[in-house]
Design a protein around this ligand. Structure first.
Ligand code: URA
Length: 277
């Protein structure tokens, strides 16, 4: 019974992340909930799941009657998700991710959302995605598109820096499939909250998580895919450009970004069009 109750509490807590803000409760469910509440008041049964405490954010769906519910802003939804991510049990339970949670940065109303793999050393220190060397490269790409960081939304598939054991220095590693899966509900909920006009997967790890694609980035480039109804493009990770500083690699990413600019209806100058011609 207690694990059933735990499952029910978790399912209810997750509803806002699935975009559901109201819930129909039939007479039987009401009777069960009432029983739980009375038992909790009597102190005979713990009202919360017995494991780690949930974040101190209570989903509106559970507490507010639908008639009084104010529409949640994107900012509210993201604040809620950030608080949930802080104590994200599925990730913490793995024991293979480091403690600091790095959420996202940028404009909640952005039309362009960029998704990387996981925070690295610098990102963990500053608790912001893409602020290290890969971030500098990403900023350059955005600048070439005529965009600033504050105009787009930048996030990661995995919200915690993957651990490399007690002797970990500045080295980073990509998240495993298990680590991606554990964090996936968060980025999926961010996408539903923001509903950008277009998503760019920065690298194969992001494509594996968002699209379920195991294929190489090279074979996915040049196509539009669908992630929760949002047109999604796959390009090389900025750190790939740091490792392969070749005209071919830079041209590939730029072609992908031109396609994104075109999709967004952004003006493209002859100079931008001809960067690598
Ligand atoms: N690489 C990523 O994928 N994300 C970051 O935030 C930093 C580096």
């Amino acid at each position: 019974m207690s694990s059933l109750r735990q499952l029910a509490v978790e399912a209810l807590s997750n509803l806002p992340m699935q975009g559901q803000t109201t819930l129909a409760v039939d007479a039987e469910a009401r009777a069960i909930l009432r029983e739980w509440m009375l038992a909790a008041r009597r102190g005979t049964v713990a009202p919360q799941p017995p494991t780690a405490p949930e974040p101190a954010v209570v989903p509106a769906a559970v507490t507010t009657p639908p008639a009084q519910e104010a529409p949640q802003s994107v900012e509210d939804k993201l604040a809620y998700l950030k608080a949930r991510a802080q104590n994200w049990r599925a990730a913490r339970a793995l024991g293979s991710l480091r403690d600091t949670m790095v959420f996202a940065v940028g404009n909640p109303h952005a039309r362009l959302m960029l998704v990387g793999e996981a925070p690295g050393y610098e990102e963990e220190l500053q608790q912001e995605p893409f602020v290290g060397p890969a971030g500098q490269k990403l900023n350059q790409i955005l600048a070439a598109m005529g965009l600033q960081r504050s105009e787009v939304y930048i996030s990661n598939i995995c919200k915690f820096r993957p651990s490399m054991g007690p002797a970990q220095n500045t080295a980073n590693r990509a998240p495993s499939d298990e680590e991606i899966a554990a964090c996936l509900p968060l980025i999926m909920a961010e996408i539903r909250a923001i509903r950008p006009s277009c998503i760019v997967c920065l690298g194969g790890t992001a494509a594996r998580g968002l699209l379920g694609h195991a294929a190489s980035v090279a074979s996915q480039r040049g196509n539009w895919f669908d992630c929760q109804g949002i047109p999604t493009r796959v390009t090389y990770h900025p750190s790939y450009l740091l490792r392969n500083d070749t005209v071919t690699a830079r041209r590939s990413v730029w072609e992908d970004m031109l396609a994104v600019m075109q999709h967004l209806g952004m003006p493209i100058s002859p100079k931008q069009q001809n960067y690598f011609r």
